[in-house]
Design a protein around this ligand. Structure first.
Ligand SMILES: *Cc1c(COP(=O)(O)O)cnc(C)c1O
Length: 339
């Protein structure tokens, strides 16, 4: 597949902005090139490295790929938007999504005047792979594990799509480290049109820092790099992300607690009469079928507990897994509810 022909012609032709720090980002102590303020800690008074070299190297090493296959964004939300702006011509091109899915894809498409083609999941929340594969669109967005349903898609279905879909396949692995499955980032060499997104917001516990990761072949990484804001990941966030990666044993131990708690909460929820079903989850949240979801959320709110409901899926609610204490408070609060 030729990636170049998928890229918007104006982006192919674009000569990117050259920031001061993109022309020099070495160790000189006399930096008079970027109109920075020389007074300060020598760290936050300087612009960040536009190439994100240190964090990229660290992320690449963990994912067993090369830094040229990695790009960091201001959250994966930014990367989703950048992908649309690289590949989709406004008022002409389309993306494909498979509802129920992450709401951001459609919103970002609307902002960019891109059509959204919806190919709903099957009743058991799997992909209609034959149908998806034959859609004519520039990008397919697929969270895996899926948000908000929490399940993994059958790997054969993803393979089918990678073999048949004619555009870019974005696998959004925001929850991959809570799941028992390898990352598709290991397949970026095999599939030049595959893009994998991950984030520091969930497993790494840095939602407030806004750092997202993209894995793809160098051609795609270069095209997206061309259009990103030069300093899209700030100094403090990059530092926090690096710290977290050096501290992964702690992060991993916390994730293990969440995974154990996920099983406990899922099991306990089955016992409530007003809960119809709890989907098997490979994430840090549960997708719960409850015909009175809105009322349940309202009652919980009175007890200071906030869960997520959806106007598009009024019979469902999504509950994030909290600390063991928070989860126990949730289960206790549910006992007091009469609907
Ligand atoms: C939470 C989440 C993200 C993360 O977005 P950030 O901008 O990195 O915080 C991305 N995709 C899905 C499906 C998510 O649920």
């Amino acid at each position: 597949m030729n990636i170049t022909t998928l890229i918007r012609p104006n982006i192919q032709a674009l000569v990117p902005y050259k920031s001061a720090r993109s022309q020099y980002c070495g160790q000189s102590s006399i930096l008079l090139d970027a109109n920075e303020n020389p007074f300060g800690d020598g760290h936050t008074n300087r612009y960040p490295d536009p190439y994100q070299s240190e964090l990229r190297a660290c992320v690449a090493q963990r994912a067993q790929c090369e830094p040229e296959n990695v790009l960091l964004g201001n959250g994966s939300d930014e990367l989703i938007d950048l992908l649309m702006r690289v590949f989709c011509v406004p008022n002409q091109d389309a993306i494909v999504i498979c509802p129920p899915t992450f709401g951001m894809y459609h919103v970002a498409a609307q902002i960019n005047a891109i059509e959204t083609i919806k190919v709903p999941l099957t009743k058991d929340y799997q992909i209609d792979a034959q149908n998806v594969g034959k859609q004519s669109a520039k990008i397919l967005f697929l969270p895996n594990p899926n948000a908000p349903t929490g399940n993994l898609f059958a790997p054969q279905d993803i393979e089918t799509i990678l073999e048949s879909f004619s555009g870019i396949v974005v696998i959004d692995e925001a929850y991959i480290d809570f799941a028992q499955t390898p990352s598709w980032s290991q397949k970026i060499q095999q599939y030049p049109h595959l893009v994998v997104l991950q984030t520091f917001s969930k497993y790494w516990g840095l939602a407030g820092c806004r750092v997202g990761m993209m894995f793809a072949n160098a051609q795609i990484i270069n095209a997206v790099s061309k259009i990103k804001a030069p300093y899209n990941v700030n100094v403090l966030s990059a530092q926090k992300a690096l710290q977290a990666m050096k501290n992964e044993p702690t992060i991993k131990a916390n994730a293990q607690i969440l995974i154990q708690e996920r099983a406990r909460v899922a099991q306990s929820l089955q016992e409530y009469a007003f809960i119809k079903n709890v989907s098997a989850s490979q994430t840090n949240y549960l997708w719960v079928e409850a015909p009175k979801a809105q009322n349940i959320a309202k009652e919980l709110k009175k007890q200071n507990i906030i869960i997520r409901t959806y106007t598009s899926d009024p019979n469902f609610m999504r509950i994030s897994i909290g600390t063991p204490d928070q989860n126990t408070l949730l289960l206790d609060a549910l006992k007091t509810i009469s609907l």
